[in-house]
Design a protein around this ligand. Structure first.
Ligand code: SF4
Ligand code: SF4
Length: 412
């Protein structure tokens, strides 16, 4: 294995999303989006909230709103010329009803949504889109809440986006999670509410891949939405919690185009999960230079060196947190000094979490980008062999030293 091959592991083109599909493609997409927005404008809003009025009430001016629209356009990996359309899409978000149900989870994704940024995207989400049902956030409870759900499902049959937070426990007939006065299991509940949804969006790693509830020995038999719901468009937005920018992005994309975004083989939107944490990490230069934190609190830690040797899973984790970050883009785990624990990957709790270094985790690094990883190795094989990375790390460790020349010579 020579140096170029090792470099290729981390810089393969196939690991990246194709952000330049050509003028013809974007021109035609632009026209389609324009037509879609015109159609949406003709529809009666589901609620009477006007986005500009809400923003004004919040002290957010049009300029800030357009700045947000521009950032969202970039997040969706669309050319900058789409910014006015994205802004328009946000203004007609209240034509698309959203139903949000919560199953076996900690409500972390709802929390994340409430703390989403933008210009106050939480207001945009909660006041502008028609969040027809969200039992954790709404005032109604008990039978009243059940009626509200029934009404929303009936009234918006075939039109609503269903957001699902939390895993679905299947063991022992699903007794570990029931809902409502009739004791409907989470599985039955999900089937019933998903039946007439236009599309289902699984939010957070519990809803997508089972998450923490599905960690070994998985006593409740927890699974993700895609294991239960069939015959519907499904979008997975994993991470623990999912980044609110990605949730808003999926809704905006749907409003803008009438379609769910392009997905990878794990049903994750490519605009958010098309590249690895490692590809855009601010500590990457230290990885390449072989400068690592060897133990917590050492000189390397003080100098913000790479966290790979203290267990960072950034090289095999697909997510955009290294770019969009959390908490109004103030910081993110690696910025705060802790390695990525791979929370947006299947089985992350068993395979990736904690400070377990790669060599002990027995994880195989994706070597050809997300498609190759999933399609070639399959879900069950997203494991094994830190070898490539281990070698790279070891190699990088000596890269800045005198021996480098000899090694390079030897590799040729
Ligand atoms: S901290 Fe993690 S993601 Fe960042 S360069 Fe190091 S190994 Fe890669
Ligand atoms: S850095 Fe890694 S563990 Fe942290 S939120 Fe992003 S994907 Fe999850």
């Amino acid at each position: 294995m020579n140096r170029e091959h090792l470099r290729g592991l981390f810089s393969a083109k196939s690991a990246r999303v194709n952000t330049n599909k050509g003028e013809e493609y974007y021109n035609s997409l632009y026209e389609r989006c324009k037509a879609r927005l015109e159609e949406l404008k003709k529809l009666k809003p589901v609620n009477n909230v006007n986005i500009m009025e809400v923003l004004e009430d919040e002290g957010i001016n049009r300029r800030d709103f357009l700045k947000w629209a521009s950032a969202m356009t970039a997040t969706l990996m669309l050319p900058a010329s789409f910014t006015p359309l994205v802004a328009e899409a946000a203004e007609v978000m209240n034509r698309v009803p959203v139903i949000w149900i919560e199953l076996q989870d900690c409500a972390g994704n709802s929390e994340a949504l409430l703390r989403s940024d933008g210009p106050k995207v939480d207001e945009i989400i909660l006041d502008i889109i028609s969040l027809e049902f969200h039992e954790t956030l709404m005032a109604a409870a008990g039978h009243q809440a059940e009626e509200q759900l029934e009404d929303a499902m009936h009234h918006f049959k075939g039109k609503y986006l269903l957001f699902v937070e939390g895993a679905i426990p299947l063991a022992n007939g699903g007794v570990y999670g029931t809902i409502g006065a009739s004791g409907e299991t989470f599985e039955e509940h999900l089937h019933r509410v998903a039946k007439d949804a236009a599309a289902v969006v699984a939010v957070g790693t519990c809803a997508t891949f089972g998450g923490v509830p599905a960690a070994a020995p998985n006593p409740t038999g927890a699974v993700g939405v895609m294991d239960i719901v069939k015959g519907k468009p499904i979008v997975n937005i994993p991470a623990c919690p999912a980044n609110p920018a990605n949730m808003v992005g999926v809704i905006l994309h749907y409003v803008l185009t009438g379609q769910i975004p392009e997905l990878d083989s794990l049903l994750r939107p490519k605009f958010a999960f098309g590249y690895r944490i490692h590809d855009n990490c601010e500590r990457r230069a230290h990885f390449d230079a072989g400068e690592f934190v060897e133990e917590w609190g050492d000189e390397g830690a003080k100098n913000n060196f790479c966290l790979y040797k203290v267990g960072c899973k950034g090289p095999m984790t697909f997510n955009n947190c290294s770019i969009i970050r959390y908490n109004e883009a103030v910081n993110w785990p690696i910025g705060a000094g802790h390695g990525c624990i791979g929370c947006s990957e299947p089985d992350f709790w068993d395979k990736y979490a904690y400070e377990r270094p790669m060599a002990d985790a027995n994880i195989k690094a994706p070597t050809g980008g997300v498609e190759k990883t999933v399609d070639e190795f399959g879900l069950g094989l997203l494991t094994a062999a830190a070898v490539g990375i281990g070698i790279h790390a070891a190699f990088s460790a000596v890269a800045g030293k005198k021996e480098e020349c000899e090694i390079e010579e030897g590799d040729r």
